[in-house]
Structure formats: C-alpha cells, structure tokens
Design a protein around this ligand. Structure first.
Ligand code: FAD
Ligand code: NAP
Length: 885
C-alpha cells in the first residue's frame, strides 16, 4: 500500500496518524542515541515516551542512594568525542541526579526533545502486511505509522508487583524504588520497612536508616555486596582514558564486559592461598564490580570451585563488619555463585546493621504472612510500619516489551504468544515473524551482563547502519529467519552453559517473577564476541535475514551465524590472528619444537594425587611413560593413554592437562606412553609400541599402584588410532585383557573422500593437508590398508566396549563415526558422542575449551563403567560439569 493511502487513514486515538520512517519507544540512554543516529541517517522519526522527560532508568529510579555501579567514565556515551570533552563527571559512581542531568544535557545538545512525545505510553503495535508498515497505538495522542518499529524500552523498566497479600489494605505510605516520587520522601521519625535486598535495596537502606526512626529490612535472599569506595574517578582509570581515549573506548567495545580490562589467565589452583587472598584484598579495595568479577582468576566465572573461593572471602568480610553473629550469618549468601546473580555495590550497607535503629528480618526463617493496615506480620512477629519501600525489582528484559500487548507480527501472531515458552530472538535484536521490528538490548543480547552504555551504542549503530543500507539497496522489509533464530538459541544455550548463571535463581533467568518461563535471557558470550558476530552477519550478506523491496529481487541468505562452540570460536579466532604458516611447512623437528612451545603457553593441568615417570618395554626397546595417580587411596584401575600428534609430534607429556583431568574425573591411574614417532620410526612402530606398552603395563599393574587384571586403553587422534589398534592386536595375540577403549577423534581409515575431510579441510587447525603430511611421514601407501593403521579395515568383532567421541568440525569426524558404526554392527557395545560445534582439539584442550567439559564427564563415566566402578563422584566441580552435560 502506498504511503499516501496510509497517511489518509485516521488514528483510533486523537488526531491523524503520524507518519514516520522509524518509531522509537523510550527516551533513555538507548532511545536518545537512536533518535540522534536516525536523524543523522536521514530518517524521519519520533520517540514515544511514557515519562514526562528523558532519562529512562535515571528518570524513574530516584530513591535515596541511587547511583550507577559501572564507573561513570565507562558508563557514558562514546559516539562523539566533543560530547565527551563537554562533560565531566564529578564522581567515580555518579548519583542518579547527575546521570539524569547528563542525559538532559545530551538531549539538549542534539536538540532531541523536539522529536519526543512525552507522557505517551505505547499500548499496542500491529504489522500491516499489505502496507509493510507498523501501526503503533498509544494511550493518548495520535497513533503512529512507521516502516520500522524499534523498542528501546529498557531491560529494567517494568517494576515487578509486590506479590504479597494485604498490600492494598496497608494504610501507610507505599513507595517503589523504581517509581520514586520526584519531590522526595520525608522519612524522618517514621517506622520504615524495606522489602528486597537487591541493588536498589542495598543502595537505599543505609540512607533510609539515617532518616527513619526505625528501619526493618525484610530479606528473602542475601546478595553479595562490595564497598564502592566512591569518590573522584580513580587516577589509574582516568589516566588510561585520558592517555588514549580512542584506544580505551575501542578496548571497551572489544572486551567481554564493555569495560576495558584484560582477560585473566591465571587459574585459581595455580595460585597459592596467599596469592589469592592478596588478589582478593586488592579487588575489595578497588570498589569496582567489573574488576572483582573478572580480574581475580580466570576460572572464577566458569568453575564452581574457583568461584567458591571468592564467596568464602566475601562472607568473611561480612562477618568482620556485622557485629551480631546471627544477623551476619543471615546476610551471607550461600545459594548462588558470586556473579551468577548481579552483585551490588554498596556504601556502608553491612555496617548499617550495627545501628540500633535497624532490624533484619530473615524471610527464609519467618516468611511474611500478611500486610495489614499498619504492620507487616511474619510467622514469628508483627512489626508496626508507617512506610513500606518495595525494592522488589523488575520484570526484567521482557517485561516492558510484552507490556505492549499485543505486538502483532506477520500472520496475526502476537509476540507474547510466540514467546510463551521463553523469549526467542535473532541476536537479541529482532524476532522471526516480526518484520522491521527491533529491540535495543533485547533478550538474547549481552545487555545487562555488560556496561550497557557500550552495548546500547553497538546495537543502535548496527540497527541504524542496516536500515540505511537496506534503504540504499531498495529493500522495504527485513526479517529474521526461523533457522537463524533457532541457531541463535542454540548458541545462547552454549554460551550460558559455559557460565555459572544457570546455577542461580535470578532476574537474569526470569526466576524472580512467579510463573515466568525460566532460562538465561542475556547473551553470556561477551560484548566483543557479540559485536564480531553482528558484524559477521553483515559481512556474510545479512546472514539469517529475509529482505524484500518493491523494485528489487528478494534476498534470503539463510543460515546460522555461529555453529562453533563459543570458546572454540575464540580459540580458532586467536589462531587465525596469529597467521601461522602451515604446521607441515616447519618440517618434523620444527613442528615438534613449535608444538612444545605452544603447549608451554597453555594453562597447566590441575593437581592430581601424584605424578611420576619411568620406562617401560616397547616393541623394540624401552619407552618413557608418565604416570598420573588419583589422590584417593589405591589400588586403582589403569588407563593406558596414547597422545595425539599424527604419529609424528608430541610425547608422553603433551596431553598432560587432559591426563590430569581424566585422572581426577575417573579416579583411575593414567599412564601416558611415549611411543616412537615417524619419520624416524615409520609404520608399524607406533602400533607395535602401543600394543607392547599395554602388555607391559598390564603385567606390571600392581607395581605401579594399579588394580591387577584388565586394563583400559584411551587415545586422542593418532593416539586414538593406536588405542583402537591395540584392542585388535590384544584380541588376536592372546591378551592382555582390555576392559574398554576410549577413542577421541581417532584416525581409523586411510580414506580421504569422506565428507568431513572436505567440509573441514581448512580453518579448524587440523587441516586436510596436515593429515596428508602425517600419513606420508608415518606410512607408505602400500601399508595404509593394514588394520594396524586402518583399524576400520580390520576385523572388529569381539572387541572391548568402546566410547568413541567425534567432533563436528574435524576432518577425522566421519571415520570415527564409521568405526563406531562398524563396531556396533559387529555387536560390540559402543557409545558415541558427536560433539557439536567442536574441532579436533576441543576435547583435550582442558581449561581452554571449557565446553569440552561435558564430553569429558561422559568419557569418565564410560571409563568407570568399563572398569566396573560406580559412577558417583564427589567433587563439586564434577557435579556441576555433570549437570551441564
Ligand atoms: P531505560 O533507561 O529503561 O529507558 C526505557 C524507557 O522506555 C523508559 O523511559 C520507559 O518509560 C520507556 N518505556 C517503556 N515502555 C514504554 C511504553 N510502552 N511506552 C512508552 N514508553 C515506554 N546499567 C549499567 O550498565 N550500569 C549501571 O551502573 C546501571 N545502573 C542501574 C541502576 C538502576 C537503578 C537500574 C534500574 C538500572 C541500572 N542499569 C545500569 C541498567 C540501565 O537500565 C541501563 O544502563 C540503561 O539506563 C538502559 O537504558 P535504556 O534506554 O535501554 O532503557
Ligand atoms: P532485584 O535485584 O531483583 O532485587 C529484588 C529484591 O527483592 C530481592 O532481594 C528479592 O528477593 C526481593 N523480593 C522480590 N519479591 C519479593 C517478595 N515478594 N517478597 C520478598 N522479597 C522479594 O531488583 P533491584 O534491586 O531493583 O535490582 C535490579 C537490577 O537493577 C540490579 O541487579 C542491577 O542490574 C540494576 N540496579 C543497579 C543499581 C546500581 O547499583 N547501579 C541499583 C539498582 C538496580 P529474591 O532474591 O529472593 O527474589
């Protein structure tokens, strides 16, 4: 339908329908920047805002003590250096009035108010398929017809109802932190109740306590809070910014959180107790949420054990400040990992509980039964109250979006219905079935897990850039495909499973709102990676979007933008950046030296009970071995392990982190064998050594602390090949008895025409040409069908039970699958793991590719089963990893 016909319609509210290219809802950080960018790009636009002025969060949240919790030099717009030069923050963490003044200053500077309709609440939005436009209905004033509809409605802008019986009966004053009166509240001499101890409660409680006659805090769940140490912006950060403003801002954009801090590399178990304490004390002294969340040790956000160390330190601090031991104990969080729920920055929060006019009521021990006309009654007491402050939080991330109801997309579908099982989106920016519809910091974007100023700028820039590009190309509509959206959901899940967010009931997961579907809503993969993914969507021809226009052929470049596991993507990205020459170009010794250097830079493996070494008898002489023993009392079953490296590279130490990890998980001895290598020792040296070593180890089991009887074999890559061959030789040569085989990405057949060899020929570290080189060095063409190097060509009946792991992006994938299928067809008990999104090295790159954990958990289960051991394990790290698998 032509625009002129749309314009002729009248609004169902007052006046003619307003016609614009783009309608924006919200005039907070996001809406303001959108208006500015859209105007500059030449779009006609209007912003609709429920409040009577700009500011969003900082307009509504005027409670005592409200401040930002990201340092203000970081929590600012960065799009215009002149704007940055024109504004100076007075404090490290600015107060709500100062941030509101700043946003007003921005609105004035770019003359934004003239395109904002204040006191205008958007009530519904309807896509008109024929006109290819949205009709936006408001509670007052004319409706708006627009080509594109952008919700900049905020992640934390829909306050949550109190959900407590009797609130309506209360005759005193009631306030919500998220809707605080503009002219303040006089609490002097009053008996005040604060319900809720999230960031809003924790910021306001100390100041309310100073004013009130008595303050009673009703706490359901304690939170971790850290002292803000507010004051002037710290010199180190300010100097960094001033020294190289552009560089600092760019680092923030590429960082994980939107604040430029480096990636930590030291893991907790590599540090001594004293070093850990020193790091913690330094972080505690800094008063910086992002610092303490990211800079202590590398495993703090991904590993329960590494995280628990911080929880202990913080609980200790609480105990030092709060004098009454019962109150201190009630304030100590035990139900979630640090950072899995948003920690709070406080000023005198814990010390406030030492005041004589403050009482803490622990609702876990005495839940609220009712609110009456003048009191709050729990199971144990009735507290007389004049004022109730609800600091009970928000229907976060989706609340403000679905409050516009219905948002009706293509085919009459409402967004609330589409999201009935949880919010799905593509990139957190848009939703399949809702053309020309965008969300700024929607569910599925980094948003609340980041410095939101940085995320908002990235979203706005991306959306406006794409709208301009579409207009230029003659497209009228843009819509995410279902496949792209489903792929994003998968990637979101992969990222979330890397973190500890799934282990806490929080507003990140929707758990704070009764009846809300639960799942980790923000994108957990980090700001920098997210930005690069959005850019990749564009560079790959608007991947995952359908585009159409009146005078241009429709375009749909369908697909999933990220198919790799998030950490695999990072590892491969780093390797690509190193721009290394092909490994095979180094020559055998050069490649060995390179690998040794590369391995030395990788994180060390975790401690095990004992590590030893020795010599065993190989096929033609002594071979070195490395022995990994569990910390528990033996004897333990033995796993004979063969390292990877294409029969050319590596040694008994090169898979050290993997052997340690599996030793810990299985509670079994791992013996890593230093078999002979090509080209010095060609086929069948490695195979015969593998067999001979297994025989020797089985015969010397007791001597090395193992259980006498059957052993198990395991190996990765060429080592998987040796393990598989060893099982066939042991069957055919009268022993030793092997209880089970674990083959990880094994070489099983010298055939290069399976699809995985072509699909993954380059780009995934183990390339096709590298495999050709390995084969050439190890085995003459005439020998390559020998089952001692191509076990798939051998007889596979009567082999020990097997666990075979293959990785999606590995040239060897299909031959591993073929071996598993052949074994199964021959009646061998086989368990297959097809690791989605992984590459050849994923499962052995312990502590680098963390998403490999669930695979290692499954492998450990299998080995224990083969050895006849029960599956149970006690380490908390093990439990979590198992839960994630
Ligand atoms: P908002 O600021 O929430 O603005 C959304 C606007 O949309 C609101 O003005 C609202 O009235 C309007 N709106 C919503 N629905 C409708 C509708 N149907 N019709 C019309 N108008 C509508 N983040 C950080 O990164 N660092 C911090 O330190 C930080 N501190 C915070 C402190 C508090 C107290 C809170 C609540 C949040 C904080 N946040 C912080 C998150 C904060 O929300 C974002 O940083 C940022 O301000 C969000 O901006 P926005 O424009 O996306 O949304
Ligand atoms: P919140 O973190 O969700 O905290 C709400 C609190 O209310 C929780 O303690 C919750 O307990 C409690 N609660 C909710 N319903 C309750 C009920 N029916 N009965 C008893 N207690 C109830 O909300 P928030 O404090 O407003 O903070 C939300 C987010 O906004 C923060 O995480 C942060 O991102 C942002 N924020 C930032 C700052 C800052 O410092 N810059 C300040 C405020 C807010 P349960 O935990 O048991 O549900």
């Amino acid at each position: 339908m032509p625009d002129s016909m749309v314009a002729a319609r009248t609004s169902d509210s007052a006046g003619p329908i307003q016609q614009v290219d783009v309608a924006v809802v919200g005039a907070g950080f996001a809406g303001l920047y959108l208006l500015h960018r859209l105007r500059k790009a030449g779009f006609s636009t209007v912003a609709l805002e429920e409040a009577d002025d700009v500011g969003g969060t900082w307009y509504w949240n005027r409670y005592p003590g409200a401040r930002c919790d990201i340092q203000t030099i970081d929590y600012s717009y960065t799009f215009d250096p002149e704007l940055e030069a024109a504004w100076t923050w007075s404090e490290k963490y600015a107060t709500q009035p100062e941030i509101l003044r700043y946003l007003g200053f921005v609105a004035d500077r770019y003359d934004l108010r003239r395109d904002i309709r204040f006191k205008t609440r958007v009530t519904k939005a309807t896509w008109d398929d024929a006109a290819e436009r949205w009709l936006i209905t408001t509670a007052n004033g004319p409706s708006v017809s627009c080509r594109h509809y952008i919700m900049a409605t905020g992640c934390l802008s829909a306050p949550k109802p109190p959900e407590i019986d009797g609130v309506k009966d209360f005759k005193g004053e009631i306030y919500f932190t998220g809707r605080w009166p503009h002219d303040g509240v006089d609490l002097a001499g009053k008996r005040v109740a604060v319900i809720g101890t999230g960031s809003s409660g924790i910021q306001s409680i100390p100041l309310i306590a100073e004013q009130a006659a008595h303050l009673t805090v009703f706490q359901r769940t304690p939170n971790f809070a850290l002292p803000a140490h507010n004051g002037p912006a710290p010199a180190d950060r300010a100097n960094l910014l001033q020294g190289d403003r552009a560089g600092y801002r760019e680092q923030a954009r590429q960082s994980m959180t939107g604040v430029p801090y480096p990636q930590q590399t030291a893991v907790s178990w590599q540090l001594s107790e004293a070093e850990r304490r020193a790091r913690f004390e330094e972080a505690w002294g800094k008063g910086d949420l992002v610092y303490i969340l990211t800079q202590l040790w590398a495993d703090q956000g991904v590993d329960v054990d590494g995280n628990a160390l911080i929880c202990d330190f913080i609980r200790e601090k609480i105990g030092e400040v709060v004098k009454d031991p019962d109150t201190a104990a009630a304030l100590m969080p035990h139900d979630h990992p640090f950072g899995a729920k948003r920690p709070c920055l406080d000023t005198n929060y814990y010390a406030t509980y030492n005041r004589p006019n403050v009482t803490l009521v622990n609702l876990r021990q005495e839940p609220i039964k009712a609110i009456t006309t003048d009191s709050i009654t729990t199971d144990k007491r009735s507290v007389g109250i004049d004022v109730i402050v609800f600091a009970t939080g928000f229907d976060a991330m989706t609340g403000a979006i679905t409050a516009v109801h219905p948002i009706t997309g293509r085919g009459g579908k409402s967004l609330s219905d589409v999201w009935a099982h949880g919010p799905e989106s593509y990139l957190g920016l848009t939703v399949a079935g809702f053309p020309n519809f965008f969300m700024i910091t929607g569910p599925g974007s980094p948003s609340v897990l980041s410095n939101m100023a940085v995320s908002i700028e990235q979203h706005v820039d991306w959306v406006v850039d794409q709208l301009a590009a579409l207009r230029q190309a003659g497209f009228n509509t843009i819509e995410a495909t279902e496949a792209a959206q489903a792929g994003w959901a998968k990637h979101m899940g992969d990222c979330a499973s890397l973190t500890l967010h799934r282990l806490a009931n929080t507003w990140y997961t929707g758990a704070n709102v009764p009846g809300k579907v639960q799942g980790v809503m923000p994108y957990c993969g980090g700001v920098g990676p997210y930005r690069s993914i959005c850019d990749e969507v564009v560079s790959r021809g608007m991947l995952g979007f359908k585009l159409s226009g009146p005078n241009v052929a429709a375009q749909c470049n369908d697909g999933e933008v990220v198919r790799l596991q998030p950490d695999v993507r990072l590892v491969l990205g780093m390797l690509a950046q190193m721009n290394l020459p092909p490994l095979e170009s180094f020559g055998a010794q050069g490649a060995r030296d390179f690998l040794a250097q590369f391995n030395a830079a990788r994180p060390a493996g975790r401690p095990v009970g004992a590590v030893g070494d020795g010599m065993l008898q190989g096929a033609e002489g002594p071979l070195p071995y490395k022995l990994y023993k569990p910390a528990t009392a033996g004897p333990h079953p033995i796993v004979v392990y063969f390292h990877g490296g294409g029969w050319v590279l590596g040694d008994e130490l090169s898979d050290d982190p993997f052997c340690r990890d599996m030793c810990r998980r299985t509670d079994m001895i791992f013996v890593s064998v230093g078999y002979r290598h090509a080209p010095e020792h060609r086929f069948p040296a490695a195979a015969e050594d593998g067999y001979a070593a297994t025989k020797w180890i089985a015969a010397h089991a007791t001597e090395i602390g193992g259980t006498p009887g059957p052993v198990l074999v395991a190996g990765w890559s060429a080592g998987g090949n040796i393990a598989a061959v060893t099982c066939q030789l042991a069957r055919d040569r009268g022993g030793p008895e092997i209880a089970g085989q674990l083959l990880i990405c094994p070489v099983t057949d010298c055939t290069f025409d399976r699809p995985s060899y072509n699909d993954n020929a380059t780009g995934y570290f183990l390339t096709r040409s590298l495999m050709f080189w390995f084969w050439d060095l190890y085995c003459a063409p005439a020998d390559r069908t020998d089952p001692r190097v191509s076990p798939l060509r051998g007889r596979v009946e009567g082999l020990p039970p097997a666990f075979i792991a293959t990785c999606e992006f590995d040239p060897l994938r299909d031959e591993g699958v073929a071996y598993a299928e052949a074994l199964a067809a021959a009646g061998v008990a086989v368990e297959q793991l097809k690791a989605r999104g992984h590459f050849h090295s994923s499962l052995t790159m312990v502590d680098v590719v963390i998403t490999g954990v669930s695979a290692r958990v499954q492998m450990a289960h299998a080995l224990r089963r083969f050895a006849g051991l029960p599956e149970a394990q006690t380490s908390p790290g093990y439990r979590i990893a198992a839960a994630a698998s």
